[in-house]
Design a protein around this ligand. Structure first.
Ligand code: SF4
Length: 488
């Protein structure tokens, strides 16, 4: 597409081979959105064809050649679309493709979605003649219309003025919320089909993305309604129906149709997936999840941190970026799970594992954001970085608030006890001899990898050998344990 682009005044290549291209800090001209500045992308359907100025791109705020090299700027991309076949349900579908098509632009890195977008433009692209975000807008519209022929007219408004982005972001958030609310009244048992999405298989080839009424896509951008609309209008595209088949486990959300899709989509890597399970046959996670969940084996509970969280460390000593590395890649990783934020509002939220009764820690900014999803009786029992700093202080907090994991979690949905609790073990730990108390174990496990845990947190006491390590209800591969005795 290079020569055609030159004719149209676009000084860069447009090619799917650039998907997955990263712009590192050393080759970065500017950063747009991301952690430091507000940003969002939004597609709006306009039913009146006359109101859409086809192929027009306008910019509010400084353009690329007016920006300071190495700087961070606010960024909003608002597209208005018209087409005979387009309906409101398709807005989110078209919006999600912005990530894919902008990833075809050489020297332009686009990550995430909605109000989490993170864009970088390379210095190489600027040296090759990129001057204006309007060139990016023109290229994006060209790609949209080439790939989705049902878009008859498309107009783009890009904004880099920070105050304007902030103002429009409030409106965008209301639109995202209205879309999310639409799915809350519909449940898995009300439909015959779920939907697959293979959009992220370009970088996570074994990823099996299943979108169900009670489980929004882990990127947060595709609900069941959106996926259905996408499959109807673009049957050759990444979204297609998955007949549910037989229900194998109503609590965990296991269906024969989903299992067949898992085999097909993962190339035989996975043969079963439970939609509402954290620890057993969990859903795979590509790299787009809005929130990363991590199992804390010492306390038999789950913690959550989201992309863009201001919280730098979790009680297991790892930031979001490190945890994200364990979650992603299109793998089914027991002990880690990527989800969309709206999944917290699902009545089937990790229900196989005890739902909210299994949640022991959340980043405070995430807990605030989804406060209305948390059952009243659990609100004060879930710790944040404000109350605890590590596993030990988290343990003390959980005992103090009488969190269900302490005595054992009973599933609300069917009354089944899913964990035994560790109150007794905790009491025994308190009488472990001082020499052992000072030991440190370096444990290499699947959950979480390479975390240093005080050996006392794994002990239940014992006879004969001074150390007995009991790992309960855990699927753990131990590669190495180092026990150090403190020298006198
Ligand atoms: S995370 Fe899943 S639903 Fe979202 S774009 Fe990727 S494959 Fe599609």
């Amino acid at each position: 597409m290079g020569e055609a682009n030159a004719e149209e005044g676009l000084p860069f290549d447009l090619n799917p081979m650039y998907e997955g291209e990263r712009v590192r800090k050393t080759n970065m001209y500017v950063e747009l959105g991301g952690q430091d500045k507000p940003g969002f992308e939004l597609v709006l359907f306009e039913p009146d064809s006359e109101k859409v100025k086809d192929d027009e791109v306008s910019l509010i705020g400084p353009d690329l050649d007016e920006m300071e090299e190495g700087g961070s700027y606010a960024y909003a991309m608002i597209y208005t679309v018209y087409g005979e076949q387009i309906e409101k349900d398709l807005e989110a579908v078209i919006e999600r493709r912005n990530h894919e098509y902008q990833s075809y632009i050489q020297g332009y890195m686009h990550l995430n979605q909605r109000s989490e977008i993170w864009v970088r433009i390379s210095t190489d692209a600027m040296k090759k003649g990129l001057k204006s975000l309007k060139q990016i807008g023109k290229a994006t519209i060209k790609l949209f219309k080439a790939e989705l022929p049902f878009i008859e007219k498309m107009e783009a408004t890009f904004i880099t003025d920070e105050a304007e982005v902030e103002k429009r972001l409030e409106e965008a958030n209301k639109i995202y919320e209205a879309r999310d609310l639409k799915t809350r009244g519909l449940h898995d048992e009300d439909v015959d089909e779920f939907y697959q999405c293979s959009l992220c298989q370009s970088f996570a080839p074994t990823n099996v993305c299943v979108v169900a009424p009670d489980r929004i896509a882990l990127c947060g951008a595709m609900s069941w309604f959106d996926s259905r609309a996408a499959a109807r209008v673009d049957p050759e595209g990444p979204n297609a129906p998955i007949p549910k088949g037989e229900c194998i486990d109503p609590v965990g959300g296991e269906y024969s149709g989903v299992n067949e899709a898992a085999v097909r989509l993962s190339g035989g890597e996975y043969d079963s997936i439970k939609l509402h399970s954290f620890l057993e046959k969990p859903h795979t996670s590509c790299g787009c999840f809005e929130v990363a969940g991590f199992y804390i084996p010492e306390l038999d509970g789950v913690g959550w941190v989201h992309r863009g969280s201001k919280v730098s460390e979790t009680p297991i000593g790892l930031p979001f970026s490190t945890i994200a590395g364990s979650v992603g890649g299109g793998k089914q990783v027991k002990g880690f799970l990527g989800i969309g934020i709206q999944y917290f509002y699902s009545s089937k939220f990790i229900q196989a594992d005890g739902s909210w009764r299994r949640v022991i820690w959340m980043a405070s900014d995430l807990k605030e954001r989804v406060a209305d999803a948390i059952p009243e009786d659990m609100k004060d029992k879930i710790a944040t970085e404000k109350e605890v700093k590590d596993i030990e202080s988290l343990r003390e907090f959980l005992i103090k608030v009488d969190h269900p994991v302490v005595k054992g979690v009973v599933r609300e949905v069917d009354g089944v006890q899913v964990t035994d609790g560790w109150a007794t073990a905790a009491e025994e730990v308190a009488v472990i001899p001082a020499a052992v108390d000072e030991g440190v174990a370096t444990i290499q496990t699947g959950v979480p990898v390479g975390v240093e845990v005080p050996v006392t947190s794994l002990l239940t006491g014992g006879t004969g050998s001074p150390i007995v390590i009991t790992l309960k209800d855990a699927n753990i591969r131990i590669g190495k344990i180092i026990v150090k005795k403190k020298s006198k």
